[in-house]
Ligand binder design. Structure first.
Ligand code: DON
Length: 570
């Protein structure tokens, strides 16, 4: 659209020499607030939170692999180069939308072991122990190797072993430790408690400095077996044997039978719409898809965006939508194989209308006083998300995790990989907050073979039936709100994808009754929010988004400046 100023200058045409230059300048005046530039490419794009992994994915795409192939290569590479969250010993979700319109959601979330029980993390007096957080009893049965193999068997094009080559090389030759990785290994408390983790990642106290090389020979041998034998090795073969033996020797819960019984589940992505965009997102056992769709429903036609991005009025309204969803989440979301999740009721337009009507644009509604969680108490957590689009237009969004940073802290002797502490995502004691301060109810209580409720929200947007955006993030309970805000920044505020990712974030999760804001929000915005009745608390950062947007024939990749990630395309 021409700005009036532009029209005037073109008309007056005093000195035609300046017109092209002026037009370039005016184009920026006329376009939405844009300062940060995404990485642009014509054909294919990979965005992850670690550059070696990004390169592994891009190499697969350049050599003719498709987006699922690249997702497999990235998944294994991150298990080597981003040990806090990349994993073989964890689980996650893969959402794909293929160029021919087919979609799928592969749930490779961990499952509770067969001998798990409701009160397994309570002591004799019924008090919650720390066993769901660290050590051999904290892990669910890992799903990553099975999930990536399932995706590859059904949708991949390249040979499996070729996709493991980059990770194998990174593990055996080693890679240069980044500033962030050096810092994170040094800072975590959990690794030093377990001898094998202490030896590999902390060199028994001689911490890695940035630029030093981390080699992982045990992990390389495990990857070699998986490259040769596939998930059979991990769930039934040598890896499984060593895994189960180590568990038994250390009072762990996962047995050989649990490993044998693990299966990923292919589910239908959850679908919805927001202002004409079609949304494909994560169904239960994720609470993320239902969350973003319900909150978008509340926001659509509310007029909340008119006060502008970052305004106290807009933040307040969105926070009230968040508060209401997280209250629902605590009661109604869980593993759909064990609990009938009332998805359609939670997304019913009439119900959503009542939620919207209950929001006072001027006043925060206090959350009820049930067991406020202490979010300050939790250690920095890690999950990771990556987004890929290939030259055919196939799109893959993967979020996977060990849950906490470096999971349970346990590296299985001889196997070289860390195990998750995903059991903490259950309500270990219904009504008592977990690591993320989330209050969860009966529906998410521990049961054998059940999947803990997740917040991971890999999401894809379509515009007029064509691929528009691929997005996701880590962040525990803040994943859902992070993904929501990036989408709102693009759709409602017209930001480009990099600006949308960079923009300061905020989060409300009903309990504790606090509005968490990245500290960069201005003091007067925070004061205005306080005057509306919010208890505002500064946080350093939330989320680490990896996003891709398709814009007029260009792929725009945006890594999150909150991480050391990058986007690369060709
Ligand atoms: O599935 C979940 O919701 C959590 N296990 C995710 C953990 C997470 O995002 C930690 N990262 N920052």
């Amino acid at each position: 659209m021409e700005t009036p100023l532009k029209a005037r200058i073109v008309k007056s045409s005093v000195n035609m020499r300046w017109v092209p230059l002026l037009l370039v300048f005016l184009q920026f005046l006329g376009s939405p607030a844009t300062c940060a530039q995404p990485v642009r490419a014509r054909h294919a794009m990979v965005v992850t939170r670690e550059p070696h992994a990004t390169r592994a994915g891009l190499d697969v795409l350049r050599s003719g692999g498709n987006a699922v192939d690249a997702a497999v290569a990235v998944g294994f590479a991150l298990a080597v180069t981003h040990p806090a969250a990349g994993n073989l010993g964890g689980g996650g979700f893969l959402l794909a939308r293929f160029a021919d319109g087919r979609t799928t959601f592969i749930d490779f979330r961990e499952r509770a072991p067969g001998n798990a029980s409701r009160n397994m993390y309570l002591d004799e007096r019924g008090a919650l122990t720390h066993d769901s957080l660290a050590g051999y009893r904290a892990s669910g049965v890992p799903g990553t190797v099975a999930g990536l193999e399932y995706a590859h068997r059904k949708f991949g094009a390249k040979p499996w072993s070729e996709l493991l080559r980059p990770s194998l090389q990174l593990a055996s030759d080693g890679f240069s430790v980044s500033y962030g990785l050096a810092q994170s290994m040094r800072a975590t408390k959990v690794l030093s408690r377990f001898p094998e983790s202490n030896r590999i990642f902390l060199r028994d106290g001689r911490y890695f400095e940035p630029g030093e090389v981390l080699k992982q020979p045990e992990l390389a041998r495990t990857l070699e077996r998986i490259a040769r034998e596939g998930s059979k090795d991990f769930y039934r073969g040598e890896t499984a044997q060593l895994f189960a033996e180590a568990m038994k020797a250390n009072g762990g819960t996962i047995t050989l039978e649990d490993l044998r019984n693990y299966k990923p589940v292919e589910r239908k992505p959850l679908t919805g719409a927001y202002r004409g965009y079609q949304i494909l997102t994560a169904p239960p056992p994720s609470s993320g898809g239902v969350g973003i769709l319900q909150m978008m429903g509340v926001l659509e036609n509310s007029g909340y965006a008119k006060s502008g991005p970052g305004s106290a009025a807009a933040i307040h309204f969105v926070a009230e939508a968040m508060r209401r969803y997280y209250a629902d989440r605590s009661e109604y979301l869980a593993d759909p194989d064990f609990f009938e999740v009332p998805v359609s009721k939670l997304l019913n337009p009439r119900y959503i209308e009542t939620l919207r009507a209950s929001i006072d644009p001027e006043r925060a509604k206090p959350s009820s006083e049930v067991h406020p969680g202490d979010l300050k108490a939790y250690e920095r957590a890690e999950t990771t998300h990556y987004s890929i689009v290939d030259a055919e237009g196939n799109a893959v969004a993967v979020t996977y995790t060990l849950n906490g940073s470096y999971g349970s802290g346990v590296t299985l002797p001889g196997l070289g990989f860390l195990l998750n502490n995903e059991m903490d995502d259950f309500s270990a004691k219904p009504g008592v907050p977990n690591m993320f301060g989330l209050i969860q109810g009966e529906a998410n209580a521990i049961q054998p073979n059940k999947r803990p409720l997740s917040s991971m929200t890999p999401t894809i947007l379509l515009r007029d039936g064509s691929l528009y955006m691929v997005v996701g993030s880590p962040g525990g309970s803040r994943i859902i709100t992070t993904v929501l805000e990036v989408i709102l920044n693009v759709v409602d505020f017209g930001m480009n994808i990099q600006d949308a990712v960079n923009w300061p974030r905020f989060h409300h999760q009903w309990q504790p009754d606090k509005l968490f804001v990245e500290w960069r929000h201005s003091p007067d915005t925070k004061a205005l929010l306080q005057s509306r009745g919010h208890q505002v608390e500064d946080i350093r950062s939330m989320g680490e988004v990896s996003a891709i947007l398709v814009d007029r024939g260009w792929l725009e990749g945006a890594a999150d400046p909150r991480s050391e990630g990058n986007a690369e395309g060709y």
